[in-house]
Design a protein around this ligand. Structure first.
Ligand code: MSP
Length: 627
């Protein structure tokens, strides 16, 4: 029987139209789903929309619409968006569907009957943006760190789920299963939440205040709390409790989420499952956020990127490739249109597209389109070695969620094919067999690359295959050199795969850079431009790709920052945690070996080159301004 794989995206709130954050999470999940299918897994990919709760009811009211009509319209926009981006979901669940509501009622009743739900009064700080009560500890300067607003103090009679009862069990499960929550920084964050009481979870809202939700089966005066309702989509869509899909796929479940909804997925959801005596999911994969111009995207800042505009201009596969390649999964990433164009031109138009063009032209010109398989010789050793085990290396990286590195691995291979063509210079080869050998080797290599890049660029890679006369292939078809049959023929006509995108001419760009680089004498106003802040070090890790660097996560002023610094020779990561340091906060974000650094820490350099970080000499709050 085929191995199974089940992957989900968060179900998106329909109070906002699809934006790049939704697209990013969904593209990551789609990449994984497509890869697994191609790698022989029986795969199920679920996405959908989260349509109940106060936030949605408010949005519908603002739009002057009935909630149902409103959610129908926005859900349709999500479906359309995923069609544009070639998202290959197997099912799209909406929480207003009867199949879902039925499971929520059934599950609540089950837990209620087991004695894990009780009625009580609760007073707490509620954030409508998060749709949950926040603890004092989660607030930054009295505000919700994700939405920047003060939560409301609310007191109401609610039903509670005995979540605290399962804390010890959950902590133990996470400790025993290191890969349960990944990447590791998020696992540590959850362990820290679980090191103190988590309390019980309010799972209902009085209808007098929120009516847009699923009624509790035993008390029609209350509706289900939106997160309790939403999380169950992951099983309701599979036909829990006895559907065939549920039996088949649930044991292989992996959730892909953004870091903003870690607590609900890593704490609420597993304890809910445990209470219902349901096996918990296999992995929680947590992605970072995308930032525009180094800042969080928000409507009020006016820096929201529209991926559908990019897609209309450069094609959906270019957007998919760029988002997957640009940011290491799990970390925040900075994206921009200029960045997309640069990546597209370098990797796709130059490295991949040109190679295809060149080799097609030669095969048609020298061989009338027909390839002859000739055993590789010494000249092929490099390419043969690079092709051997390539699919395994890519698989290994994808299994570790290193999607950007997996794509880079394939691109490195494509670059090695380019070097091979240049070295072997087929246009100079006199020996007929040798010419066959070179042409075959390049086309065979491109065939491998097309398969391994297909999860990122499904439509373009199908076009690439067609340009080489190839049909559908799977990962199993591309192990090492020589998968292409002897006598294979490529078609005479094929469109250009990745036409180069024209940018400003080089001279003009160069002049602009020089302007920027000149350092004028400093005036006070210049100094005042520096946003220097005290920041608190939350966690530190070694940089995945550079020995010299540390990746430092900071907190300041309700915001989280990642800074990459050349401190590895001077500090052990653990030494820095809890320190208050000085951050140049408004430095333009920069990518250092694949990780975006958003600011710079100030340090003094001793005569022997040792670095000493600056710290305030008495305790001041993180975020305090330095002048
Ligand atoms: N409805 C809940 C999820 C319920 S799942 C049972 C929700 N929806 S949401 O519409 O707010 O979407 C949340 C997800 O969108 C985030 O977890 C994240 O995956 C993605 N993103 C939203 N903004 C983002 C960025 N700026 N960057 C990357 N992803 C972010 O929360």
């Amino acid at each position: 029987m085929a191995k199974t794989f089940y992957v989900t995206t968060p179900i998106y709130y329909v109070n906002a139209e699809p934006h790049i954050g939704h697209a990013y999470t969904t593209i990551n999940a789609d990449f994984l789903a497509r890869w697994k299918r191609l790698d022989g897994y029986d795969t199920f990919f679920l996405t959908g929309t989260d349509e109940h709760g106060e936030k949605i009811a408010q949005a519908a009211a603002r739009a002057g619409m009935e909630p149902q009509q409103f959610v129908d319209e926005v859900a349709a926009k999500f479906k359309k968006a995923w069609e544009i981006l070639h998202i290959s979901y197997d099912d799209f669940i909406r929480t207003t569907e009867e199949r879902h509501k039925k499971v929520v009622r059934q599950y609540l009743q089950e837990i209620y009957d087991r004695g894990d739900i009780y009625y009580g009064e609760y007073e707490g700080l509620y954030c409508v943006g998060c749709e949950r009560f926040l603890t004092e500890k989660e607030l930054v300067d009295g505000k919700c760190p994700d939405h920047g607003v003060e939560p409301e103090l609310r007191r109401e009679g609610n039903y509670f789920f005995k979540m605290e009862k399962y804390r010890a069990w959950l902590r133990d499960h996470i400790l025993k299963n290191p890969g349960f929550i990944r990447p590791e920084r998020y696992r540590n964050e959850v362990l820290s939440i679980l090191s103190e009481p988590i309390g019980d979870l309010s799972i209902s809202r009085p209808k007098s205040r929120v009516s847009w939700g699923i009624e509790l089966p035993w008390d029609p005066e209350h509706v289900t709390y939106v997160w309790f309702d939403a999380l169950l989509n992951y099983v309701s869509a599979l036909g829990y409790p006895d559907g065939e899909r549920y039996r088949r796929y649930w044991p292989a479940a992996q959730h892909m989420i953004g870091k903003d909804i870690l607590k609900t997925h890593a704490v609420f959801w597993p304890t809910m499952l445990k209470a219902g005596d349901v096996e918990i999911y296999k992995h929680l994969n947590v992605g970072g956020h995308l930032l525009a111009d180094g800042r969080k995207m928000s409507k009020s800042l006016g820096n929201v990127i529209n991926p559908f505009e990019w897609s209309a201009k450069y094609g959906p596969d270019a957007v998919r490739y760029y988002l997957l390649k640009e940011t290491p999964y799990g970390l925040d990433g900075v994206v921009s249109e200029a960045g997309l164009v640069e990546r597209y031109n370098a990797d796709l138009a130059n490295d991949l597209g040109n190679l295809l063009q060149r080799v097609r032209t030669m095969v048609i010109k020298y061989r009338g389109g027909v390839l002859r398989k000739r055993e590789p010789g010494e000249g092929e050793a490099g390419v043969v070695a690079a092709a051997s085990g390539l699919a395994d290396r890519v698989r290994g990286l994808i299994d570790e969620l290193k999607f950007n590195q997996a794509l880079e691995e394939v691109l490195q291979f494509v670059r090695s094919l380019n070097r091979y063509v240049n070295e072997r210079a087929p246009w100079k080869i006199k020996d007929e067999e040798d010419l066959d050998r070179v042409l075959y080797t390049v086309v065979d290599g491109l065939r491998t690359a097309a398969v391994l890049l297909e999860p990122a660029m499904p439509v373009k890679m199908a076009e690439l295959r067609r340009a080489l006369g190839l049909g559908e292939l799977s990962v199993a078809d591309v192990s090492g050199w020589g998968g292409l049959p002897d006598g294979h023929e490529i078609p005479a006509e094929a469109p250009i795969l990745f036409p180069k995108i024209e940018t400003k001419n080089k001279q003009q760009a160069g002049r602009e850079e020089e302007e920027e680089e000149r350092t004028p004498t400093i005036q006070y106003e210049d100094f005042a431009k520096l946003d220097l802040r005290v920041a608190l070090v939350k966690s530190v890790e070694k940089h995945p790709n550079a020995d010299r660097l540390l990746v430092i996560r900071l907190e300041l002023d309700g915001e989280e920052r990642t800074v990459v610094g050349g401190l590895a020779a001077h500090y052990q990561p653990q030494e820095l945690v809890g320190k208050r340091v000085v951050l140049l906060a408004n430095l333009k974000p920069r990518k250092l070996r694949g990780v975006v650094s958003h600011g710079m820490l100030l340090a003094a350099e001793g005569a022997d080159g040792t670095l000493a970080l600056l710290t305030p000499d008495r305790e001041v709050e993180a975020g305090s301004k330095i002048s």
